[in-house]
Write a protein that binds this ligand. Structure first.
Ligand code: C2O
Ligand code: CU
Ligand code: CU
Length: 486
């Protein structure tokens, strides 16, 4: 096992815990619908059966119980977070989607390596209010096991719809789940979200200022609850699978008097377990950690520590977030509480997966992240000096090649950079080689920083996007079109 220092660790980005309630999983579509209405307060789970994951999914405005208050949110099947989907490599997925929202939307399968065209992970589809579409794709046989997720991705509305609550986990089972210590662990899923609600529990609008910095809300929930409790049974490990489903908020996680053993990032297993005191999770990122008990029973609080992601002078620091949000800028806040029973021995695994190094490519591209004025939209967020245009092709790559992308942040705010369809490895940050091999789909590029990533474009040709995963920045232009040509 590797023990990283704090700087290395922060660079690694990851996180921690929640309450998973396993609702009955049913096969047929009719049954699923029934299961949902029976226990509308519990997170639903839909697992594939005999190689098929099939369900009805409808986006609508619904009244939900959020952190013990009634809230009027945007939901999938009436739930926040949305139902958890689980499948295996090789499975067929069929999602009968209905848009009952008042605005158009679509679905993106963040982190899944599946077709980017047709009725699969195609962010250029638009489903208008009242319309239906069946998403259909196969998860490749060699897909890695990991914590993926789904959320809306219609440019211009992404942050607003995510901030309304539309997000759910998409789990792919596989090798990582079969490592004996991990298999024996108690598994919990933590979906981290924040909300800005008025006194009646309705979603508040966001000012232009807060959009520039990236909207944050002062109500932070884990699986739709405020500070839920989790149990860690005697002599067991707790496996926390954590998703940052907030549009802009970063979570800097720590376990009070405890330590994390990180086993996975966005793209699944790390090569080996990493012990760390803190995990930084940017919007879109996932991490899996193991938590051990202690010789005497007690409790850990999972804390969210302050993090400064920069800002444009007053706008970012004070007006953008301070006014929207919260005192959590200055004070650690408990996200969840883990009650553990006395543990004598609960060893964590060391070696997790083989992550082969990618060949050094010939092609190196540079992407400069910044903001500036754009004639059409005023203040815009830019990649290589340009705001997003749907009909402009920004980057053209060859299928079955590998490229290095140099991500250069010349601005004053942090930008988590995300690429659709293929995972990448981080090669270096500011010239410092990345200490550990891992597959990711979202990487933090801090203000002033240069991050080099190496990415294979495998299996699927077509057009997709890369963007900043502070989703207001994406909606305000920090996105590009990527064509993968066969
Ligand atoms: Cu999770 Cu293009 O995003
Ligand atoms: Cu994505
Ligand atoms: Cu950004």
């Amino acid at each position: 096992m590797v023990k990283m220092n704090r700087r290395q660790f922060l660079a690694l980005s990851a996180a921690s815990a929640g309450t998973a309630i396993f609702a009955g999983c049913t096969k047929g579509r009719a049954n699923n619908t029934q299961a949902v209405s029976k226990s509308s307060n519990l997170p639903q789970v839909h697992q594939s059966q005999n190689g098929l994951l099939e369900l009805d999914l409808s986006a609508s405005e619904s009244s939900v119980n959020l952190g013990s208050k009634q809230a009027y949110l945007l939901t999938y099947n009436g739930q926040v977070p949305a139902p958890r989907l689980e499948a295996n490599p090789g499975d067929r997925v069929k999602i009968h989607f209905t848009n009952n929202l008042s605005k158009p939307t679509n679905l993106h399968y963040h982190g899944l390596h599946i077709p980017i065209t047709g009725n699969a992970d195609n962010v250029f589809l638009q489903i208008d209010p009242g319309e239906q579409l069946t998403y259909e794709f196969t998860i490749p046989e060699n897909h890695s096991a990991g914590t993926f997720w789904y959320h809306p991705h219609l440019h211009g509305l992404v942050a607003e719809q995510l901030f309304g609550g539309l997000a759910g986990l998409f789990i792919v089972r596989g090798e990582l789940d079969e490592i004996p210590e991990i298999k024996a662990a108690q598994e919990e899923f933590l979906v981290l979200q924040d909300f800005a609600l008025d006194n009646d529990g309705r979603l508040m609008g966001s000012s232009h200022m807060s959009l520039m910095s990236g909207r944050e809300g002062d109500l932070i929930t884990v699986n739709g609850k405020v500070n839920p409790s989790l149990n860690l049974p005697a002599n067991k490990l707790l496996r926390l699978r954590i998703l940052n489903a907030s549009p802009s908020r970063f979570y800097r996680l720590a376990l009070e008097e405890g330590t994390f053993y990180q086993i996975a990032t966005d793209g699944g297993a790390l090569s080996e377990t990493v012990e760390a005191d803190e995990l930084l999770l940017t919007p879109g990122q996932r991490a899996e950690v193991l938590v051990r008990g202690r010789p005497e029973s007690g409790r850990y609080r999972l804390l969210n520590l302050p993090y400064d992601r920069g800002g444009m002078g007053m706008m970012g620091g004070m007006m953008g977030r301070g006014m929207m949000g919260g005192s959590d800028r200055d004070n650690p806040m408990a996200l969840a509480t883990i009650n553990y029973e006395a543990a004598v021995d609960s060893p964590v695994p060391t070696k997790l997966a083989n992550i082969s190094a990618l060949p050094e490519p010939k092609t190196v591209r540079r992407f400069e992240l910044n903001h500036g004025m754009s004639p059409a939209v005023g203040m815009a967020f830019l990649i290589n000096g340009q705001p997003y245009k749907s009909d402009r092709l920004d980057t053209k790559v060859q299928l079955d090649t590998v490229e290095d992308w140099e991500l250069v942040n010349t601005g004053v705010m942090d930008h988590p950079f995300h690429v659709h369809g293929n995972a990448f490895q981080v090669i270096s940050r500011d010239g410092q080689p990345e200490p550990l091999a891992a597959w990711r789909d979202t990487v933090l590029v801090k203000r002033g920083e240069t991050v080099r990533i190496r990415m294979p474009f495998n299996d699927f040709a077509g057009k997709t996007v890369y963007h900043c995963h502070v989703l207001d920045h994406e909606d305000l232009g920090m996105m590009g079109n990527l064509a993968i040509e066969a």
